[in-house]
Design a protein around this ligand. Sequence first.
Ligand code: ZN
Length: 238
Amino acid sequence: MNDAIQNLKNAVAGSDNIVFFGGAGVSTESGIPDFRSADGIYNKKYDYPPEKILSYSFFMQHTSEFYRFYREKMLYPDAKPNKAHYALAKLEAEGKLKAIVTQNVDGLHHKAGSLNVLELHGSCSRNYCMTCGEVFPLEAIIQSDDIPLCPCGGIIRPDVVLYEESLDQRIIQKSIRAIATADVLIVGGTSLNVYPAAGLIDYYGGDKLILINKSETPYDRHANIIIRNSIGETLSVT
Ligand code: ZN
């Protein structure tokens, strides 16, 4: 076992106030590709780049096209949590992990049994009517074949933060509080290039910042421990 893994194990063993911050890389091991990465979900089947399709104005103007892309590229109803999700749920159950802050919208942390999950970008598992506010499960989106409609006639939209929309300030504040007061901060599966990831990490004031990512990040020089390996394998040794 190399030193970085041993240091990670020691940090986890010695703390009951761990916070995990994660991105798309946490879910790639569940078969959900990162739509921002070069070999991600963007291929030439659509006339617009994903960032454009996943924007609020596109949703409002081309709702049908939005849902065609969204169903094909954003929804993975059969995806299962992987070793990383389960390892984090176990650490929370043991009283060691206090919060998960995630950029993912796939709901896999909840599926793995985690309770305190701060979903910065919302969740595909939650949907609501834009007219009356009625809430709907994922099935309402999957089972409709064009624009999903509420019985009231309103359009159902996913409770995810689209481009051009602002993040939920309550979630941001809870995330800042968790990160600022954490003893150990484990950051995994994110290149830390996407707003507001990097800004949130800045609130951490401790000396146990652990980065688990296959490629370099702008935060590597701030990290106390860097692990370049699979996040699932890495976390399952803790
Ligand atoms: Zn409605």
